[in-house]
Design a protein around this ligand. Structure first.
Ligand code: HEC
Length: 152
């Protein structure tokens, strides 16, 4: 039983490793993407994991297949910058804006609204000055607003 489980897990993880390794060594055409991927690996992956699946059972939300939904409700755009793991990142405003845009396109392109405008350094710099202290109530309220959105 347990060996079945670990065999089932190992195959997809190996694929992810090959995909990540491949895109990092592709060279200049991919350097902007690779640089964001590296920033994610250093600053975010420890909690949100390589493919953004997180640890929902331990309170680290999954980014993949979901995070873009926040952009569909009022307050969601601000939330993605003010959440402490983002606001308190060591990255410059410009790199953090790039990382957020990369994260949204990489993990959640299917949920991104068609009129999505990428984050700018100016916007991120302004929003990250007030990191959320109480995240849970804000998140709960945003999820409640999302329930009223039809195309999740
Ligand atoms: C120490 C662990 C940790 C690190 C490092 C971390 N996060 Fe998080 N992240 C969390 C937790 C926990 C939450 C849930 C909200 C909260 O309690 O802060 C979260 C929430 C989020 C959310 C909101 C998603 C939602 O569904 O509410 C986004 C977006 C996010 N993180 C992105 C990032 C990015 C990008 C980085 C890297 C710059 C990062 N996080 C680094 C733990 C982390």
């Amino acid at each position: 039983m347990s060996s079945n489980v670990s065999r089932r897990l190992r195959a997809p993880l190996a694929v992810v490793a090959v995909v990540l390794g491949g895109s990092i060594s592709y060279g200049e055409a991919h350097s902007a993407t690779s640089s964001m991927q590296a920033a994610y690996m250093l600053g975010c992956q420890g909690c949100h994991l390589d493919d953004g699946r997180g640890f929902p059972q331990r309170g680290v939300p999954a980014l993949n297949g979901f995070v873009g939904n926040f952009l569909k409700v009022p307050g969601g755009r601000e939330y993605l910058v003010r959440v402490p793991g983002v606001a308190q990142s060591e990255l410059s405003d410009e790199r953090l804006a790039d990382l957020l845009n990369w994260m949204l396109r990489t993990f959640s392109s299917a949920q991104l609204p068609a009129d999505f405008t990428p984050y700018t350094a100016l916007e991120v710099g302004r929003l990250r000055k007030s990191p959320l202290v109480e995240v849970a109530p804000v998140r709960v309220e945003l999820l409640r607003r999302l329930e009223t959105v039809a195309d999740l």
